[in-house]
Design a protein. Structure first.
Lengths: 274, 267
C-alpha cells in the first residue's frame, strides 16, 4: 500500500471529487428545506428551489414595477462598475508606488513607513469620513475600495520588486542602462504579472468593501439589494444573489489569470505557476 | 602604465579584515583566473572591480583612473546565475544593450534602428552558438546555454573588462569544457581583459594566462577574522609545473582545514 501522500487522483476522479462536495451541500440544503417547509409552509429561512426560481425570474427577467429596470442586471452593472474603477485605480497607484518603493532606496525611505502605517488603518473605520468628505455618491464607494486594497498591492509589489535578483539590476547597469531604463525595461515588465496576481488576491477584499459601502448608503448595487431585502427575510433573493456574486468573483479571477498567461507566458512557465 | 592597478587595497567590514594590502598590476589583454577557498575575498575583489563594493583604503585604478563606484558599461559581468532577463527572449536579451544605448527615454527601438540592432545581436548570438535559440525564453535553455547568452549580452557593449564570477560552477563537466573553448575563443578574438573566479584549481590553470590565489598568510585560531587574504600566488600559467600546482592545492586545503576546525569548535 502506497503512502496516502503519494496517491494521486486520476483526471476523472479529480473532477468527481471536486464536484462531489457541491452536490452533497445541495442535497443537504434540499432535505433541510423540505423538512422545515413540511413543518411550516410559510418558512422563509430555507426557500424551496421553486421559490428561488421564481425570485430569479422576478429579479432578472421581469422589469421592476417601480423603476422599469431589470433589477439583477442593473445591480450587477453598477456594482461591477464601482469594483472595476476602484480596483483599476488601486492597481495603478499600487504599481507606481510599489515599483518606485522597490527600486529607488531614496523613495522607499520616504514612502515605506507611510504605506505601512496606512495599511494598518482599518478601512471600514474611515468609511464615515469618506461619506462626509466625498458625499454619498459613487466616489465614496470607489474610495473605500481604493483605501482598502491599495496598501496591500503597494506592499506586495514593493516586495516583489525587491525580490528580483540584484544580479539582474547590476547586469542591466553594465549594459549601460540608466535608472529609468532599469525601471521600465527590467523591473516593470517583471512586476506586471505579479501585479495581476496581487489584484487577484485582493479581489475578495475589494468585494467585501464594495458590499459594505453599498449596504450603508446606495440606491442600487448587489450589496444594496441583499441588505434591502434582508428586512423582509427574502432568502429566496439573497441566496441567488450570493451565488451570483460568487460566480462573478470566480469569473473575474479566471479572466485575470488568462490575461496574465497570455501576456506573460514566461512568468507562468518559469516557475510552474498557473 | 599598467591597464589595471591595485595599490595597497584593504577591505574591512567592521573588525573583520577581508583583504589586506593587495598590490597588483595587470596589463592589457591578460586573462586572469582567481582561485581561493570560500570566504577568502576573491568575490569581494571582483565586486570592487565591478563597482558594487569599495575599498576601505587604497586605490583601484583602471587606465590610471579610479574605478567608478557603480557598475558601468566598461565592465561586463557574468554571474553564476540570474545574469539574464527571464522576461525577454534570447534575442531581446542581447538587443537590450543597444536599446539602452540608443533609446534613452523609452528603452525600446523601432523600425530601421531596431532592425540594425537585431542584426548585430544575431551576429553576437552566432559567435556564442545560440542563433538557433533566438526566440526562446531563458527558462527554456539549459544552464550552459544561459551562460552563453549572458556572455553574448555582456559582449554587446564591448567592455574593457569581462568579469566572470564562477560562471561555469553549476555546469556539467562536458558542458564546462565547451564553455572553456568558447571563452578562450572570445578572448583571443577580442583581446578583452578577463577576470574569472573559479573554485576549480584545474580550471584556473588550464584557462588563463595568469593565476591568482587569494589566501590568508596568517591565521589566528582565536580570532579568525583578524587577518585578511592577500594574493599568495601570482603566476604566469604558461610556466607552471606540477609541483606548484600541488603546493597551491595543499596550501588551500590547509586553510580550508583550519576553517572547518574553526566552525566545528564554534558550533
Amino acid at each position: 500500500m502506497k503512502r496516502i501522500i503519494n496517491i494521486r487522483p486520476t483526471n476523472l476522479s479529480k473532477y468527481i471529487l471536486g464536484v462531489l462536495p457541491f452536490v452533497i451541500l445541495l442535497i443537504v440544503y434540499l432535505i433541510a428545506s423540505d423538512v422545515r417547509l413540511g413543518i411550516n409552509p410559510n418558512d422563509k429561512l430555507m426557500p424551496s428551489l421553486v421559490k428561488i426560481g421564481e425570485a430569479i425570474q422576478r429579479m432578472a427577467f421581469e422589469p421592476s414595477k417601480r423603476t422599469g429596470e431589470y433589477l439583477l442586471w442593473a445591480d450587477t452593472v453598477s456594482s461591477l462598475q464601482r469594483l472595476f474603477i476602484g480596483v483599476s485605480l488601486s492597481a495603478f497607484i499600487g504599481l507606481i508606488v510599489g515599483v518606485l518603493n522597490g527600486s529607488i532606496p531614496m523613495v522607499k525611505a520616504h514612502l515605506s513607513p507611510l504605506s505601512t502605517v496606512m495599511s494598518l488603518i482599518p478601512p471600514m473605520a474611515v468609511l464615515p469620513i469618506l461619506f462626509i468628505v466625498f458625499g454619498l455618491g459613487e466616489l465614496s464607494k470607489v474610495m473605500l475600495i481604493v483605501i482598502g486594497i491599495t496598501p496591500f498591492i503597494i506592499r506586495d509589489l514593493q516586495n516583489k520588486a525587491l525580490e528580483l535578483p540584484v544580479e539582474q539590476l547590476i547586469k542591466a547597469q553594465t549594459l549601460g542602462a540608466n535608472s529609468w531604463q532599469v525601471i521600465i525595461r527590467v523591473i516593470l515588465p517583471q512586476v506586471m504579472p505579479r501585479l495581476l496576481e496581487a489584484v487577484r488576491l485582493s479581489l475578495g477584499a475589494a468585494w467585501l468593501f464594495l458590499i459594505a459601502a453599498e449596504a450603508v448608503a446606495s440606491q442600487e448595487g448587489l450589496g444594496y439589494r441583499i441588505f434591502l431585502v434582508r428586512r423582509y427575510l427574502s432568502m429566496d433573493i439573497i441566496l441567488p444573489y450570493v451565488v451570483w456574486i460568487t460566480l462573478l468573483a470566480f469569473m473575474t479571477d479566471w479572466l485575470l489569470r488568462r490575461v496574465s498567461m497570455f501576456f506573460y507566458p514566461w512568468f507562468h512557465t518559469e516557475v510552474g505557476r498557473h | 602604465m599598467a591597464f589595471l592597478e591595485a595599490k595597497h587595497v584593504w577591505k574591512r567590514y567592521g573588525d573583520s579584515v577581508v583583504l589586506e594590502n593587495i598590490n597588483v598590476s595587470v596589463e592589457q589583454g591578460e586573462f586572469i583566473t582567481i582561485v581561493g577557498t570560500s570566504g577568502c575575498g576573491k568575490t569581494t575583489f571582483l565586486r570592487m572591480l565591478l563597482g558594487v563594493e569599495q575599498a576601505t583604503s587604497g586605490e583601484l585604478l583602471m587606465e590610471g583612473h579610479a574605478i567608478a563606484t557603480e557598475p558601468g558599461a566598461d565592465r561586463g559581468i557574468v554571474f553564476q546565475k540570474y545574469s539574464v532577463f527571464p522576461h525577454l527572449t534570447v534575442l531581446k536579451n542581447v538587443v537590450l544593450a543597444r536599446e539602452f544605448e540608443q533609446a534613452k527615454l523609452i528603452g525600446k527601438l523601432f523600425g530601421q534602428a531596431k532592425k540594425k540592432a537585431m542584426q548585430q545581436a544575431m551576429d553576437m548570438l552566432q559567435l556564442v552558438g545560440l542563433e538557433h535559440a533566438a526566440n526562446r525564453y531563458p527558462h527554456q535553455l539549459s544552464g550552459g546555454m544561459q551562460q552563453r547568452l549572458a556572455i553574448a549580452q555582456a559582449l554587446m557593449k564591448k567592455p574593457k573588462i569581462l568579469l566572470l564570477d564562477e560562471p561555469f560552477g553549476a555546469l556539467d563537466p562536458g558542458i564546462r569544457a565547451d564553455m572553456h573553448v568558447l571563452i578562450l575563443d572570445i578572448w583571443r578574438k577580442t583581446k578583452i581583459n578577463v577576470f574569472m573566479i573559479t573554485h576549480d584549481l584545474r580550471e584556473g590553470f588550464y584557462l588563463g594566462t595568469r593565476l591568482w590565489v587569494f589566501d590568508k598568510v596568517r591565521n589566528d585560531p582565536q580570532q579568525p577574522d583578524a587577518y585578511g587574504s592577500c594574493i599568495t600566488y601570482d603566476i604566469e600559467v604558461g610556466q607552471v609545473d606540477k609541483t606548484i600546482y600541488k603546493m597551491i592545492d595543499s596550501d588551500m586545503s590547509e586553510t580550508r582545514k583550519t576553517q572547518i576546525l574553526q566552525e566545528l569548535s564554534d558550533g
